[in-house]
Ligand binder design. Structure first.
Ligand code: HEC
Length: 409
């Protein structure tokens, strides 16, 4: 191993933590279904990390290092709007013993994530979906990625260790840009290729690319040739000669923020009254299908959230979620479109199944298991898998009964 010095700018990584013999150098999400924790030294006692299987990573805009998932009762009041958790389904280590690899449910929000390592004492780990994805290959025809990693920005706070020998390093991020001409200059001793939005350029030592920003985000991909010497400096600057703001470098696959639509007032006669006992029958009926996907007070399916906590919600909120399932999507149940290599397209809630598989739960509450290696693309969708038109199918009186059942204990 040798170290590549990606110079320029010094930043502090927030997720550096120390414990007796585990020192965390970096933590990041290496794709929607994987979190990684990199240590300064190989970990001797790897067995303790198995305790992470089945535990959860918390996420939310106000999540910080040290936060952990707390088991809650089904009828406890709901957490804040953008808070949720994802399950760790499997753990393993990289061959050199320095990177812990966690197979997780999808990282469906561009927000902050936190959990604790089950070490003694426990080590806090937190990460966001900011940063730059790295891949390394030996170049030539059909280059094969032999190593992948992450750094906190195009001007990273620490050196990056790459495999030895000559090769190519590709650095990829999604830049948040002002809506006008954007310029990037990359300097390095060897050959370099830069692509920014739809523009790209190749050269030696120094390459500048400028592009018109149509949207507020643009892909930036930089590939540099490395001749195998240690400590190669690479500097990345904007048109003003400044380093790029780390807060504006997002992992390319990070899901965009979900659209928010203003809550429309609901006519009182649509939600008032209702018969709780009849509502329970509607909930379990073949016409409404609610029970196929939702639990209430212990009974029902698990495709959607447990609705026992709706006793803390107002009736208009419940009505809106029934009539417009996609207007606000529960952060733990973000729907995905899964493109499979054989051409199939699945839509549904995605859950990790062990290390190598996912389960996709669809609008019929049916589960399909897919090997991760068969996934072509995993894209968050803005359409809830909860069917629309359920309220129309059961009629206004049944909707009132259903709301009475859901909002009272
Ligand atoms: C095919 C499965 C499915 C069926 C059938 C279904 N839902 Fe849902 N429902 C979901 C999923 C998944 C979510 C979470 C995603 C979202 O917020 O849209 C959800 C969300 C909700 C929410 C919002 C909960 C929250 O805490 O954010 C309510 C309320 C709800 N459903 C009620 C019902 C009722 C009542 C019925 C029957 C008339 C029903 N659902 C039928 C899957 C389903």
């Amino acid at each position: 191993m040798r170290s590549i010095l990606l110079m320029f700018g010094m930043l502090m990584v927030s997720n550096v933590a120390y414990s007796a013999d585990v020192r965390v150098v970096a933590a990041w999400a290496a794709g929607p279904l994987e979190a990684r924790v990199q240590f300064a030294d190989p970990i001797a006692d790897r067995a303790i990390f198995k305790k992470l299987v089945g535990t959860r990573i918390v996420f939310g805009d106000d999540v910080k290092a040290g936060d952990v998932y707390v088991e809650r009762k089904a009828d406890d009041p709901p957490l804040g709007e953008n808070r949720g958790s994802l399950r760790i389904a499997a753990v393993k280590f990289s061959d050199d013993g320095k990177t812990l690899i966690l197979a997780t449910d999808p990282h469906s929000r561009d927000t902050k994530y936190a959990f604790k390592l089950p070490t003694e004492p426990p080590v806090n780990v937190s990460y966001s979906l900011r940063g730059v994805e790295l891949t390394w290959d030996r170049g030539g025809e059909n280059p094969k990625v032999e190593w992948s990693g992450w750094m906190d920005s195009m001007s990273p706070s620490t050196g990056i260790k790459l495999p030895t020998g000559a090769g190519r390093l590709t650095m990829k991020t999604l830049l948040t840009v002002p809506k006008r001409k954007v310029g990037i200059t990359v300097e390095t001793p060897g050959a370099v290729e830069v692509s920014l939005g739809n523009e790209s350029a190749k050269g030696e030592k120094k390459v500048t690319v400028s592009a018109d920003a149509e949207f507020d985000q643009m892909d930036l991909v930089i590939t540099v040739a490395l001749d195998g010497k240690p400590d190669v400096p690479i500097t990345v600057r904007d048109a003003n000669g400044k380093s790029l703001d780390p807060a504006k470098q997002t992992l390319a696959w990070a899901p965009p923020l979900p659209p928010t639509s203003p809550a429309v007032p609901v006519a009182p006669e649509l939600i008032a009254g209702g018969d709780r006992a009849k509502g329970e029958m509607v909930f379990k009926s073949e016409a409404a299908k609610c029970v196929n996907c939702h639990k209430v007070r212990g009974v029902g399916g698990e495709v959607g959230p447990d609705l026992s906590n709706l006793v803390h919600r107002d009736r208009a909120w419940v009505y809106r979620n029934l009539t417009e399932p996609s207007a606000t999507i529960h952060p733990d149940y973000v729907p995905y479109t899964v493109l499979i290599k054989d051409g199939r397209v699945l839509s549904g809630i995605v859950r990790a199944e062990g290390a190598d598989k996912i389960k996709v739960l669809d609008t019929e509450a049916k589960a399909t298991v897919v090997e991760k290696s068969d996934i072509e693309e995993l894209k968050p969708s803005t359409t809830s898998i909860m069917p629309v038109g359920l309220t129309g199918a059961i009629g206004e009186a049944s909707v009132r009964d259903l709301i009475a059942f859901l909002t009272t204990k």
